[in-house]
Design a protein around this ligand. Structure first.
Ligand code: ADP
Ligand code: MG
Length: 453
């Protein structure tokens, strides 16, 4: 993969990961200057941004690059002007000095730390997150009600917690712009507290947090095991809670399973409404990809989206990262995305993640079993109606589930040429939109293929 494309792909992921202000300040002026043998060098405009990127964002950068390049990487961040042959000579934001971020004393509207792109409008609701979404929306509409205060949201990574808690904050601010809403991570909370102690200004810290209307703490598990932080958090929590201010917490585990979290905190955390987000099923994954396609105006056909949704199963961040990678990879080859390109991009991971049961042979077997026809019949040239439709469904599923090139699909189905296969796939795609029975048939075959999904 070309280094510019690699960085562009990683940036697409990072943009989703950090706030807009952070992205503009720290990432716009960067460039990937070296990429070889598991090593990546990133150049940034000055020592200050180097420090911020290394201290605060390195693990995110590493992860985004590793997902994009499909390999483990060592990352080095350097200052552009200190490179020998200064490859980062492009003008523009690279050399705009960053504005150092002020430590907010008082939370005003611009200091809420919310990323305005995370809203309820672009949050896709499905079986895996229906309850969490409903509770979040109810809280956004009417914050501070005892039964849903605090709201404790938990799940594995990449499943939408951060998105949902930002959506709550954004909704409240839209309705009540003067509301004092503040979003931070458990890590930010800890750092700010330590800083205020160092600078002997604990009161400023207290005043800031205890005056809020809504406190949102993401990855709250981070405060566990740190005595002074837990003490301060406990007091902040109580002050806000007693006054009916809404507290929203997100974590990778339910409170009682967070190691080294004080009992008094875990019982408070669990004292309101708890909800989890589960791994998304294939329908949610497909819906999320379609919604992203519309939002970003990507030109990707449903086949390719279905293929990505089949393969990337357990993490929505990776799912969306894959989509951008596929779009960029296609662009770099001067064509529109196809399942083949997706297959190339997914490379090794694809081998691991693709369900063992989803082999071309099994797909053909399941279609034949479902329609009670023989393999000989499905591969034959006979054009009886009872054979044509199953055959076309097999074409569709072979392509969608395995991303095989059209010619290979043709070979598997008795040596048909790629235009016949294309025609068959298009036909099923169109029919699925209008004929519920056929759509249900396809769901059932997919289920039989791999009952776990
Ligand atoms: P977590 O905080 O649980 O690790 P995030 O909220 O950061 O997960 O979600 C990862 C990415 O997936 C984000 O870009 C987010 O917008 C997206 N995402 C997660 N769930 C949904 C959803 N239901 N609809 C749309 N996008 C989603
Ligand atoms: Mg998160």
């Amino acid at each position: 993969m070309d280094k510019d494309i690699l960085w562009k792909t990683a940036l697409a992921t990072l943009q989703l990961d950090v706030s807009e202000a952070q992205f503009n300040t720290w990432f716009l002026g960067t460039k990937l200057t070296e990429f070889k043998e598991g090593f990546v060098q990133i150049a940034c405009p000055n020592a200050y941004s180097k420090e911020r990127l290394s201290k605060t964002h390195l693990s995110k950068i590493k992860k985004a690059l590793e997902v994009a390049s499909q390999q483990k990487l060592k990352i080095e961040i350097v200052v552009a002007s200190q490179l020998k042959n200064q490859p980062v000579s492009s003008s523009g934001p690279l050399f705009t000095p960053p504005t150092p971020q002020k430590t907010p004393l008082e939370v005003s509207q611009s200091q809420h730390n919310l990323n305005k792109h995370y809203t309820f409008d672009n949050f896709v609701v499905g079986n895996s997150n229906r309850l969490a979404h409903a509770v979040a929306l109810a809280i956004a509409q009417s914050p501070g009600n005892a039964p849903t205060n605090p709201f404790f949201l938990y799940s594995d990574v990449g499943l939408g917690k951060t998105h949902l808690v930002h959506a709550i904050g954004n909704y409240v601010l839209k309705k009540t712009p003067q509301a004092k809403v503040f979003y931070c991570s458990g890590e930010n909370f800890t750092n700010e507290l330590l800083e205020s102690i160092q600078r002997k200004k604990p009161r400023t810290f207290r005043e800031k947090f205890r005056k809020l209307d809504m406190l949102i703490v993401d990855d709250v598990q981070f405060i566990a095991g740190r005595d002074s932080t837990q003490e301060e958090f406990f007091n902040t929590f109580n002050t806000l809670h007693n006054e009916g201010r809404q507290i929203v917490l997100a974590s990778d585990k339910p409170p009682h399973q967070i190691p080294r979290l004080e009992e008094r905190l875990s019982s408070r955390f669990g004292g309101g409404m708890m909800s989890d987000i589960q791994t998304p099923d294939v329908d949610v994954r497909t819906a999320i990809l379609r919604s992203k396609r519309a939002e970003l105006n990507y030109q990707v056909d449903n086949q390719t989206l279905d293929f990505i949704a089949q393969v990337v199963v357990s993490n929505i961040r990776e799912l969306l990262g894959t989509l951008s990678q596929v779009v960029i990879a296609a662009q770099s080859q001067g064509q529109l995305p196809t399942p083949e390109i997706a297959r190339q991009v997914l490379g090794k991971t694809y081998q691991i993640q693709l369900d063992q049961a989803v082999t071309p042979k099994n797909i053909i077997k399941q279609v034949c079993d479902y329609f009670e026809i023989s393999k000989k019949e499905i591969k034959s040239s006979c054009r009886l109606k009872k054979l044509v439709l199953p055959r076309q469904i097999a074409m569709y599923l072979l392509r969608a589930e395995t991303g095989l090139p059209l010619t290979d699909v043709g070979d598997l189905l008795g040596g048909r040429d790629h235009t016949t296969i294309m025609h068959g796939i298009k036909k099923i795609e169109a029919l699925r939109q209008t004929e519920q029975k056929l759509d249900a048939d396809i769901h059932k075959i997919r289920h039989n293929l791999s009952p776990k999904r």
